[in-house]
Each structure stands twice: as C-alpha cells, then as structure tokens.
Design a protein around this ligand. Structure first.
Ligand code: PA5
Length: 461
C-alpha cells in the first residue's frame, strides 16, 4: 500500500525542460526544515489536532460504535453541513462507494443506507430531497464544528420542523457532530438529549475529515473507518521528517510554493484521472484556498488559487488553457496503478480509422495513456506538472491522501507566512448577512452594509 509522488515534470533540466531549477529545490531544503520544525512546534503546542486523530482510538470508536448501533435502522443518512463539514463526506462517498450508490436498490447496497450531503441552503435542492425521503427511516447528521454556522442551523431548523410535523422524535433521527463543550448544537444536544459526537477543539473545519465529521458518515454507510485511519497514520509517520525529498507533503508544498513565488505559477490545478477521486479535488480546493489565501502580517496579500479538474473530461475543456494559456499554473495529477474494474473495448468497425485503433485496448488503459499523454504534452510546452499515484482507491489510500494534503497545507502556511488555520476573510460577509437578517448585535455591520455603494442604473443592463 503506497502513494508515490513523481515531480520529474516540475523540475527543470539542463536540456531545457521548464520547471523549478534543481538549485532552487536544493536551496529550499533549509526553508522546508524550518517549516517542518514549525509544524512540530505547533503540534507540540496543541494546535494541530488533526495530526493526533489517527492515534485517537476513542474518538474513532465514537463513529464506529454509533454506526454499529444504527445499522439496519435507517435507509437514508443526510449530512447537513457546509465547507469542511460537507466536502470531506462528499469526497469519501465519491471515492469509496460505487458510482450511483444513492440510486441503487436496498439489495444492491447490501442494506447500507444511501448517503446524501446537503452542503448548501438552496431551497430547491433541500425541498426536493426532503420530499423524496421517508423521514421515519432517515438519520440527519448535523455537522458543525462551531455549532452555530448559519447555513447549517437553517438546514437543521427546517429538518426538525419536518420531523416534528411527522411526529418523529428528534433524538431518534438526528445526531450532531460538533465541539465537545461549546456552541449552540452542543447546548441543544444537552437540552434535548440528542446524541452528539465530538470534533476536538483543536481540529479546524477543513482539517476535520478524519474526525467524526468524515468517519461517522463513512461508518454509517459501510466504509472501513479503521482502514481510513490506518492510511492517515501511515502518511503522518512518512511525513515526519524534515528531509524534503523524503516527505511527500513537504515536496508538494515546497514545489507549489516555489512555482508560485519564483515563477508566477500561482494557479494550482489538481486533476484526478479517476472519477472516484473527482471530489478529492473539491475538498483540496477548500483546504488550499481557505488556508493559504491570506494577508501576511506585513500587509501583503498572498496565496495560490487552486482549481479542480478531471481527466480525461477536462482534456476537452480546461486543458486547452493549461497548454496555451498564461504560464501561471502547475498541474498535479492523481492516478492509480491499474483499475479495480476495467472494460475491454470491443473489436468492431476495424476498417474505420477513428475506431479501429481502440479495439483490444481497455477503457482503463485509454484513461491512463491519456494522463501520461497530457503530462507529456504539458512538459513539451513548458508547463510543469507532478503526479501522485495511489496503488488503488480504497479507504487506506484515501485516509493517507487526506493526511498528506493536511500536512502540506500547514507547511504551506509557514512558507507563505500566513496562519493556515484561520479564515478571517469570510467574516465580513457573514456579519453583513447576520445584520440583514436581523441578528442582534450587528447594528454597526448593518449601517456599514447600507453605506456601501448602491447598484447604479447606468451600469445595470
Ligand atoms: O474550514 C473551516 O473552518 C470552514 O470552512 C468550516 O468548515 C465551515 O465554515 C463550516 O463551519 P462549521 O463546521 O463550524 O459549521
């Protein structure tokens, strides 16, 4: 079981391949060692709780035990949450459940529940899902680290009203995942005797997928929570070195940072060549963007812009831009060795050139050749890329990947000179929303919002 990282196409060669000069990689070793010891110091001070999750058997047991007791009781599990509370469960579902899981029959799902994740407050989506569910057989998992996020609270209020109207007890159909002591959800859990699992106080939202935030929906829908944690533990051990080229999280972070800050490659594309890994890219985008897009203490705005892509689909979309657009990107491929299930392309129409060459190959082979061809074409045009290769997409490798990118993000914070654990930039919009919806204590924000320039009819078409 392994994940390899090949950065050949990100490193410049004497014969002219574009990339980071070897001297710059070597020169960054000391800088990385400093980033690694900063991570160790932060960990020792207790603020990087996600690193401790693989060793927290009691916390993993919260999810596994709750799921064991819930087995057979629910046909549908619905996660209510947003941001880090939703993207991890979505990535897990896409990676570890078969495509079309929610459309399968109970028998095809071997009795495991369908898994829905409501990661927004669009009334059309929520209304349609709630109308389609038999609430008596549904468990709502309300996930909020802070326990008070507006969108999630609104979702919960709608759901509790529907449950009450159906005469169903909240505590039988709702489980909270939240801070062990603080926040509105914890207070409601205590008051209403609603089961509540913990997100440790030192684990931030976008770093929380290896807590019950990800593990509870995983265990409820039949994924192997222990294997996820074993993969994460293995990766944490592997990354516990300040030797840059032995540390995949460090190498990823340092090369992205060098590409951005020394070559203007500030757009970081994550491009899985597996449908199962599609939503890992969406999860990574939040982690990289919300953690590293910041104002440095000195006042400079910094941070890479992560972009999700999917091979081969995006070869007919964004790849044109990657090949010939501005020289401001790196591309990171995610792939696997082989395919769990492959499909041979049948021999037919052999006399027609556009079809004949495909015969006898497989769809998996086509996908893999396309990935290598795209990496090669990018290199030929001076466009750097790197490739993570997983042995396979399973619980162990997904856990390892979550841990790898989490650690890389902490290194990124040090390299960019920002705090990767906060998100001050999202506060102002929240305050204006609270003010406009009449939340007490937001009069100043309301006044500030009202003083913003109004829409000018000259510029409205
Ligand atoms: O990474 C973060 O902290 C955020 O993206 C949160 O995950 C998001 O805002 C949801 O927060 P909470 O889990 O507190 O409801």
């Amino acid at each position: 079981m392994a994940i390899t990282l090949d950065v050949t196409n990100l490193v410049a060669t004497a014969d002219g391949r574009t990339g980071i000069p070897v001297a710059a990689v070597e020169g960054a070793r000391a800088r990385f060692a400093a980033a690694h010891s900063h991570l160790e110091a932060q960990h020792a001070s207790g603020i990087l709780g996600f690193l401790d999750l693989p060793g927290n058997a009691a916390l993993t047991a919260q999810s596994v035990d709750f799921a064991a007791k819930a087995t057979g009781r629910y046909r549908d599990v619905v996660v209510l949450g947003i941001g880090g509370s939703a993207l991890g469960p979505i990535a897990l579902r896409t990676a570890l459940k078969p495509a079309g899981w929610n459309a399968m029959s109970d028998a095809q799902r071997a009795g495991w529940p369908r898994l829905h994740v409501l990661d927004n407050v669009d009334p059309r989506t929520i209304g349609a899902l709630l109308a389609s569910l038999d609430l008596a057989g549904t468990l709502f998992m309300v996930t909020s680290k802070s326990g008070g996020t507006g969108e999630t609270m609104a979702q919960f209020l709608v759901v509790q009203d529907r449950l009450a109207s159906a005469g169903l007890a909240l505590r039988d159909h709702v489980v909270f995942v939240t801070d062990p002591a603080k926040g509105a959800l914890r207070a409601i859990a205590n008051r209403e005797k609603i089961p509540a699992l913990d997100v440790p106080p030192n684990v931030g939202g976008r770093f929380s997928v290896l807590s019950p935030v990800g593990l509870l929906p995983a265990a409820l829908s039949g994924m192997d929570a222990h294997a996820i944690m074993a993969g994460a533990a293995d990766m944490a051990t592997r990354c516990n070195t300040d030797d840059l080229l032995k540390n995949p999280a460090g190498t990823f972070a340092v090369l992205q940072w060098l590409a951005d800050t020394t070559q203007g490659r500030r757009i970081h594309v994550l491009m899985p060549y597996r449908d199962t890994l599609r939503d890992m890219a969406a999860w990574f985008v939040q982690l990289w963007a919300e953690s590293l897009g910041k104002i440095q203490p000195g006042g400079a705005s910094v941070g890479p812009t992560p972009i999700p892509a999917l091979g081969a689909t995006d070869q007919h979309s964004q790849v044109q831009l990657f090949m010939e657009g501005p020289q401001d990107k790196t591309v990171t491929f995610l792939t696997t060795i082989g395919h769990d299930a492959d499909v041979t392309i049948p021999k037919a129409f052999a006399d027609i050139e556009e079809l004949g060459y495909l015969a006898g190959h497989s769809l998996g082979e086509l996908l893999d050749v396309e990935q290598r061809a795209t990496a090669g074409a990018l290199a030929k045009r001076g466009r750097p890329s790197m490739t993570f290769t997983l042995d396979t997409v399973d619980a162990w490798h997904i856990g390892a990947l979550f841990m790898l990118f989490g650690i890389a993000t902490v290194y990124g914070g040090h390299l960019y000179g920002v705090n990767p654990l906060d998100q001050p930039g999202v506060e102002l919009g929240k305050q204006y929303t609270f003010a406009k919806l009449g939340r007490a204590g937001y009069d100043a924000a309301r006044a500030e919002f009202e003083s913003l320039p109004k829409s000018d009819p000259r510029w409205v078409l």
